[in-house]
Ligand binder design. Structure first.
Ligand code: CA
Length: 224
C-alpha cells in the first residue's frame, strides 16, 4: 500500500511517514502543494494524506484537481483544530475523512485502515435493497435497472443508510455523516427531511417501492 503525505511542516511529515512505515505502508512525502499535486497526478497511490494550508497549492485545491481528473483515490485531510470551515470545504470537495491536528498515531492508523477497507469494498460492491441497487464504486443508484438521477447528497444519504440498513438512524446522525458536525443542527435536519422526501419521490417515480421508513420522533430506517 502506497501513501502520499503532503504536509509542509517537515518534522510532522517525517513523523507521519515514520508511523506509517512502522505499519509497512510505503510512504512518499511532498512539502509543497504544487509538488504534491504533480505526484498525485502522475504516480499511483492507494491513499492521499493532505494538509490544507500548504505553499504552492492548498490541500483543497489538490483534492479538487484530482477529483476533476477522475481519480477516486481516498483522501484523508489534516485540519487545524480552529478551522472548522476547512473541514467543511474539504468534505464538500470530496475528501473521504478528516483528522484534526494534533492527533494520536493510533487514530491516524485507524482512519487510514478504514478508508483503505472502504475503498477495496467500494470498487466492487453494490448493495441491494429490495428493487434498488446502490453501486458504491460508481456512486450510482438504479431501480429495476433504471439509473436514478440523484444529487451527491441524496446519494450520500442513501449509501450511509444502506451501510446501516435495518437500523434506526437518528436525523442528527445521518445529517452529521452527510454534512459533517459543527453545522446548525436545526437546518441540517430540515435539509435532511427535504432530501429524504426527494429520494423517495425518485424511487417511486422509477417504479420502485419506498424503502425509507420514518420512525416517528427518532429518524429514519432503510428496510432491506
Ligand atoms: Ca500546513
Amino acid at each position: 500500500m502506497r501513501i502520499l503525505v503532503v504536509e509542509d511542516e517537515e518534522t510532522l511529515a517525517q513523523r507521519i511517514a515514520n508511523i506509517l512505515e512502522g505499519e509497512n505502508y510505503s510512504v512518499e512525502t511532498a512539502f509543497r502543494g504544487d509538488d504534491g499535486l504533480e505526484m498525485a497526478l502522475t504516480e499511483e497511490y492507494d491513499l492521499l494524506l493532505l494538509d490544507i494550508l500548504l505553499p504552492g497549492r492548498t490541500g483543497i485545491e489538490i483534492l479538487e484537481e484530482i477529483r476533476k481528473e477522475g481519480l477516486s483515490t481516498p483522501v484523508l485531510m489534516l485540519t487545524a483544530q480552529d478551522r472548522v470551515e476547512d473541514k467543511v470545504k474539504g468534505l464538500d470537495a470530496g475528501a473521504d475523512d478528516y483528522l484534526t491536528k494534533p492527533f494520536a498515531p493510533p487514530e491516524l492508523l485507524a482512519r487510514i485502515r478504514s478508508l483503505l477497507r472502504r475503498q477495496s469494498e467500494a470498487t466492487t460492491a453494490s448493495i441491494e435493497i429490495g428493487d434498488i441497487s446502490i453501486h458504491t464504486g460508481k456512486k450510482e443508484v438504479s431501480v429495476k435497472g433504471e439509473v436514478l438521477s440523484l444529487t451527491a447528497k441524496e446519494f450520500a444519504i442513501l449509501e450511509f443508510m444502506a451501510y446501516n440498513k435495518n437500523r434506526v438512524l437518528s436525523r442528527i446522525s445521518i445529517s452529521e455523516h452527510v454534512w459533517g458536525d459543527n453545522f446548525d443542527l436545526f437546518s441540517m435536519t430540515n435539509f435532511l427531511d427535504v432530501h429524504i422526501k426527494n429520494l423517495r419521490k425518485k424511487v417511486l417515480t422509477a417504479g420502485g417501492e419506498n424503502p425509507i421508513k420514518t420512525v416517528r420522533g427518532v429518524g429514519y430506517m432503510l428496510e432491506g
